[in-house]
Design a protein. Sequence first.
Length: 148
Amino acid sequence: MIQSAGTLFFNVTTFQAMHTAMTSPEYNKLVWRPDAFGSVCFLVSGAIAYRASARHGWLPARVDAGWWQPAVNLLGCIFFGISAIAGYVVPSTGSMLDLAAANWNTALGAACFLACALDSLHTGVSGKMPRRLRELERDLEGDLRRVI
């Protein structure tokens, strides 16, 4: 739910930026920067998913398909957090702290999320889901197959 809220925050700011750019052709300024609220939501959700995943100490445990997803997801969340900080607009000057860092970290965060999504599509398993929920899901699927 927290990651969905972060996605919603990002989508709202992206829509606002596109609306500004499309309705004001003479507007020739930066209209989008990474959303701080969305980045915080992503960091919290990434930390929860990583904490709930199988690990050996701080390192992911290589037990199932997608074992690396919680770590890569958390890395993507960290990249989004960095992009939000780098995209902060300094009120006194009106300039961003670092536009290149904001853009690169946004792209890297999105690449991490994409890698997890593509692996989930390929394997049919999301490593970000806690093991207990996956076991419940498998049990439910088995029960449904027996009923049908």
